[in-house]
Design a protein around this ligand. Structure first.
Ligand code: FES
Length: 155
């Protein structure tokens, strides 16, 4: 939940902008950090701060891969499912991750540590196959490397 002081600061920030919509993505990220995901309550808070209808926030949220409208794990694993990664064997890495974590794509591990999601090209084709864990990029994936990454990233 956002503190009253932070809400006041965000309102001031929004009022400094020519168009309040300019702040929506930043506000969604901040609310997501505070609430864990962009819940209905968080979306309403964003809309209230920006002075826009909540439907505008919901519409915009559907366009961003990094905005979650459902609860996710403490870290999200974004697995690239674009062409360079597929050519370099991502299908096997997907299968390995699913087996290792005991979940399917779109699911969260029982301990709440990881959610597994596909994503379009991460811009790391030169190190394909690639994935992002939280905000950290990892390339040249192999089963052994995935084991190390998961151990390091698990919180
Ligand atoms: S296709 Fe996977 S990083 Fe570009």
């Amino acid at each position: 939940m956002l503190s009253d002081d932070r809400i006041k600061e965000l309102r001031e920030y929004v009022s400094s902008l020519e168009h309040p919509e300019e702040a929506l993505v930043d506000l969604m990220h901040e609310a997501q950090s505070a609430y864990g995901y962009l819940s209905d309550e968080a979306a309403e808070a964003v809309a209230d701060i920006a002075g826009v209808p909540v439907i505008k926030v919901e519409e915009l949220a559907t366009f961003y891969n990094l905005i979650f409208r459902r609860p996710v794990g403490r870290k999200v694993i974004f697995v690239c499912d674009s062409i360079s990664c597929w050519v370099m064997g991502m299908e096997n890495m997907f299968d390995y991750l699913k087996k290792k974590l005991g979940i399917d794509i779109g699911q969260t591990t029982a301990d709440g540590a990881f959610t597994l999601l596909p994503i379009c090209c991460l811009g790391a084709c030169h190190v394909a196959p690639a994935m992002m864990v939280g905000e950290k990029l990892y390339g040249n994936l192999t089963p052994e490397r995935i084991d190390e990454i998961l151990e390091k990233e698990r919180i």
